[in-house]
Design a protein around this ligand. Structure first.
Ligand code: ADP
Length: 239
């Protein structure tokens, strides 16, 4: 057992933060929170606070990155030094480069990039407070920010993770579960055609546990999808 590891993760059917195994943390999404961005969103997901800002379609710098037949999408995930308990060294690191890349891959399939050749769509994801699941929170925020910027898209992209703690498959790990649990499975998908655009796995599941975790994460994504649409409805009205 690692230092700080709880003896049990589930006591009388409840997790250490009081949730049931298939219960998500409280999630609040607000669209259009930044004046100077073309589109933006704030997502508060349990102890996570993440802002996404979207700019574009706009001219590409450096120019050689431009594509003659479509827009490029650039995603930058960044954690504020004060977002975690020990101060995080500012600037990019391996983890943020990886998350920036998987975020781009998760979002790119929904964007009609062919409509804006020779331009860039830039998305900045700033983690102000982290408590596990920030890549899912970031993708969720970024997709609302893209919609808020009026970028033509096939659908929104919700994201949510499931994991395994104390031998049980649970939805949406918080930090203690993430740090000391056995597995984590972040998922993002396109609800319209049930296409998974992010699937990562940290730790070990049996085949059965994996299937259960994937199922739970997909259900979580569908809940997030409703909240994303709710945030856009709140800002713009209508159906
Ligand atoms: P995700 O945030 O998508 O779950 P990770 O599994 O890499 O990604 O990180 C899990 C959690 O670990 C983060 O949400 C954050 O709470 C914490 N964490 C990540 N990087 C650091 C860091 N440099 N210092 C302290 N805590 C960190």
């Amino acid at each position: 057992m690692k230092i700080g590891q709880p003896e049990k993760f589930i006591i009388d059917g409840k997790r250490l933060d009081g949730r049931k195994p298939d219960e998500m943390r409280e999630v609040k999404i607000q669209a259009g929170v930044l004046k100077r961005a073309d589109g933006s969103a704030l997502v508060e997901w349990g102890g996570n606070k993440v802002i996404a800002a979207c700019y574009g379609p706009r001219e590409v710098h450096p120019r050689h990155l431009a594509k003659s037949d479509k827009a490029i999408l650039r995603c930058t995930y960044n954690m504020a030094p004060f977002s975690v308990s020990d101060r995080k060294r500012p600037g990019p690191d391996r983890r943020s480069v990886e998350i920036s890349k998987v975020t781009r891959l998760a979002l790119e399939p929904v964007i009609f990039t062919n409509l804006y050749p020779r331009t860039t769509i830039d998305v900045f994801i700033e983690v102000l407070q982290a408590n596990a699941g920030t890549r899912c929170t970031g993708i969720t925020a970024a997709s609302v920010a893209l919609a808020d910027a009026g970028i033509p898209m096939r659908d929104l992209v919700p994201a949510c993770a499931a994991g395994k703690v104390g031998g049980e498959v649970v939805l949406d790990l918080f930090d203690i579960e993430d740090n000391y649990g056995e597995a984590d499975l972040p998922v993002a998908l396109i609800p319209k055609n049930n296409e998974i655009t992010l699937l990562q796995m940290d730790g070990n599941f049996t085949k059965k546990e994996f299937e259960k975790a994937l199922d739970l994460a997909i259900q979580g994504c569908m809940k997030i999808y409703e909240l994303q649409k709710g945030a856009l409805r709140e800002r713009y009205g209508g159906e």
